[in-house]
Design a protein. Structure first.
Length: 717
């Protein structure tokens, strides 16, 4: 029963906090407007100060914009220091709000004092006497719920009072899903909070089964780090990396709802500038292009383009022909190859060496051109240079003259064509396209590294160009690997202060190297579930996943153990599936039930039956978010079926294949032909495990053939 006195008090307090929040926003707006009204002229110092005030005001307004979310969601009362005295009390919310006298009205959930709101228990109350959950619809308090964690001195002296079970968590996890993920700031659990507030440095690996809140924890950790280490991230932004564009869209509103809009969200291909690039069609291609052997292949591919002439080359210059022999070109190329540095900048050294040699050859006589009139050259344009050569007297210093002739040579088109044969200017796209579209180059670079089968996997069929070729997401990572080999480190490229990687169990070694280049500090949070890995590396350990990420290969491992999202019925089904490919069955700790939420069907037309069931849910007016998961071969028919049905415009339904469902969550999923979700039978159970665990309440599975006994095993219920 709600205590009306407490409800009235919290209603008045929340209203006061909202009023103060609006006043602070208005102060920021007024300060910015006053600065903007001042003349645009003035000293450089005045302009700088004006820009600083405008930027800080905009940032402040941005951080205080919580949209329709509740400002306040909790309160903690600490035990008084002495009998009959009052203990401290703090209201916990999304952002900090201070009174005019700078007393805290609302404490930001990320502040150290708020830690007790999430971690205090009856066994370890952390000095907290009362924890209050405040249920608000914006500034309207609808309910309050108290937990007594520690008796005060005038109570009965019991060490541990009964801890009331808060409904806040159950209300949050039972709420229907939408197309965007919600934050869990008011319901973060103790083991989740430990991950959120873990220190910044080093690599933190978070292993968690489906439903344990890995993604929510990842995003709240990003918000916490931005709050705690704000000055660091002023210089180096924070990156959250997700597995797909669908996933990035799904999580896109969480951080803004927590007052953080400065975090960058990307997919691996988006980080490389190829957002939306498709995955390679075959598992072999995905695995090979993600393998670390590609590092050596790309290095060789660049070096193989640094090659001496096969036969003597002559260029017309002035009234003479100048000659470069294969022996000389080999000497120059070998010399420059031994120097450290990327490919393209070293071309200038090749140009300098070749032009100096030819200039000396020209001054020493060279070979007189027979058809002088037909020779197009730079010296004839640069009048006076030949006269200088002719008038040069013995004994005079000729070094300056050699420099002038060499400079003129470097402007010659024929000279540049000659050098291009020895040391071409390369772009990443051109290099990779040439490598994959010319089998000879691929075999040369892949000597003792690639098998004939692997060469077949990489070879491009067709006559497109680097400009028109459609690169895959795996290619995008290879292109990023090539760029520093060709041009060196790009100083304008963003270096991140911390990287959060979600669904990291399928992170390819080459993508790990990409993140290592982007995060030179090596500060990362890596989250995933090895049991959900159905990609190219399904049987790796965290040691193997982390190894390419950091130089010292060290990391700290934390585990999330409680499934807050998925019902016990779905968790039981998921455990049956996981038991098929893991040694020993670890039952998931699920905390909620949804009776009748799992149904298995055999039907001569599984997709049609799934469509009927989806239509029934649509007609019932059910709220939430649903997914139809089908093999890639059924995607087109599935989309046609949806368009033809009365639920064609039902935004709550997503039609997906298994590759694009990672990290997403739905109220219900309809899985058609479960053992054909992938074309690789060795990974089908893993794919089905992922498919089943995307649902919170409802799973329906449809197949043509009777389902295996182990999926129906009653002993595991």
């Amino acid at each position: 029963m709600v205590n009306q006195k407490d409800l009235d008090f919290e209603s008045a307090y929340v209203k006061m906090a909202y009023d103060r929040l609006e006043a602070i926003k208005e102060q920021a707006r007024v300060a910015m407007d006053q600065v903007l009204e001042v003349e645009k002229g003035g000293t450089h110092q005045a302009k700088v100060e004006r820009d600083v005030i405008v930027r800080s005001s905009l940032a402040r307004l941005d951080s205080l914009d919580i949209g329709d979310q509740a400002l306040v969601f909790g309160r903690i009362d600490f035990i008084p220091p002495a009998p009959l005295s009052e203990g401290e009390s703090f209201h916990i919310g999304r952002v900090s709000v201070n009174s005019e006298s700078m007393e805290p009205l609302v404490v930001d959930w990320r502040a150290p004092i708020a830690e007790a709101f999430y971690r205090a228990t009856g066994k370890d109350p952390m000095g907290v006497h009362l924890r209050r959950h405040i249920f608000c619809s914006r500034d309207v308090v609808e309910n309050v719920e108290d937990e007594i964690l520690m008796r005060s001195l005038e109570d009965d002296g019991s060490d541990n009072a009964e801890v009331l079970s808060p409904s806040a968590l159950f209300a949050a996890i039972s709420r229907p899903r939408s197309q965007f993920m919600n934050d869990i700031v008011s319901t973060i659990q103790a083991e989740q909070d430990e991950v959120v507030r873990h220190p910044l440095s080093g690599v933190l690996v978070v292993q968690g089964a489906p439903g344990t809140g890995k993604t929510a924890v990842a995003l709240h950790r990003a918000a916490y780090l931005m709050y705690t280490y704000r000055w660091r991230f002023e210089r180096q932004p924070l990156l959250v990396l997700g597995p797909s564009t669908e996933f990035v869209k799904y999580i896109s509103r969480v951080l803004p709802s927590l007052g953080e809009s400065g975090v960058e969200l990307h997919t691996p291909e988006g980080l490389c500038g190829y957002s939306g690039a498709p995955s390679e069609k075959t598992l072999d291609a995905r695995r090979l292009k993600g393998d670390l052997k590609m590092v050596k292949l790309l290095q060789r591919a660049v070096k193989d383009r640094q090659r001496p002439l096969r036969k003597e080359a002559r260029i017309a210059f002035g009234r003479k022909y100048l000659t470069v022999t294969p022996e000389l070109s080999r000497e120059i190329v070998d010399l420059v190859k031994r120097r450290q540095g990327p490919h393209n900048p070293k071309r200038k050294i090749v140009e300098a060496k070749v032009s100096q040699y030819l200039a000396e050859q020209y001054l020493d006589g060279g070979e007189l051109a027979v058809d002088v009139e037909s020779v197009t050259n730079v010296i004839s344009i640069n009048s006076g240079l030949e006269d200088s050569v002719a008038q040069n007297l013995p004994g005079e210093d000729s070094a300056q003259l050699v420099k002038e002739v060499a400079a003129a040579l470097r402007k010659s088109q024929e000279f540049q064509i000659l050098v291009e044969r020895m040391w071409p200017r390369l772009t990443a796209e051109q290099t990779l396209h040439d490598l994959f579209s010319h089998r000879a180059l691929l075999k040369l670079a892949g000597r003792s590294l690639l098998s004939e089968t692997e060469i077949d996997v990489l070879a491009i069929r067709g006559d497109d160009s680097p400009l028109t070729h459609r690169w895959s997401r795996e290619d995008a990572v290879l292109l990023d690997e090539l760029k520093p080999l060709l041009d060196g480190q790009d100083d304008s490229q963003v270096s991140y202060g911390h990287v959060v990687v979600d669904e990291a169990q399928d992170l390819s070694p080459m993508t790990a190297r990409l993140l290592r280049r982007r995060c030179r500090s090596g500060s990362m949070t890596v989250l995933g579930d090895l049991a959900q890995s159905f990609g190219s590396w399904p049987k790796r350990s965290w040691d193997e996943v982390v190894s390419p990420l950091v130089a010292d290969k060290t990391y700290e491992l934390r585990e999330l153990s409680v499934n807050y999202r998925t019902s016990k019925e779905i968790s039981t089904l998921a455990d049956r599936i996981k038991n098929q490919y893991t040694s020993g069955l670890e039952k998931t700790k699920a905390i909620r039930s949804f009776p009748g939420g799992v149904e298995l069907f055999v039907h001569r037309d599984p997709l049609t039956q799934a469509g009927r069931d989806i239509e029934a849910i649509y007609l019932s007016g059910a709220q939430g978010r649903y997914a139809l998961l089908v093999p890639e071969s059924d995607l087109q028919r599935s989309h046609e079926m949806v368009r033809a049905g009365m639920y064609a415009l039902w935004s709550a339904l997503s039609v997906l294949d298994i590759e694009r469902v990672r990290g997403l969550e739905f109220d219900g999923v309809f899985i058609v032909r479960p053992f054909n979700l992938l074309d690789d039978s060795a990974r089908t159970e893993r794919a089905l495990y992922v498919a089943v665990t995307r649902a919170t309440n409802l799973v329906k599975i449809y197949d043509l053939e009777p389902l295996p006994d182990w999926l129906l095993d009653p002993k595991l219920t």
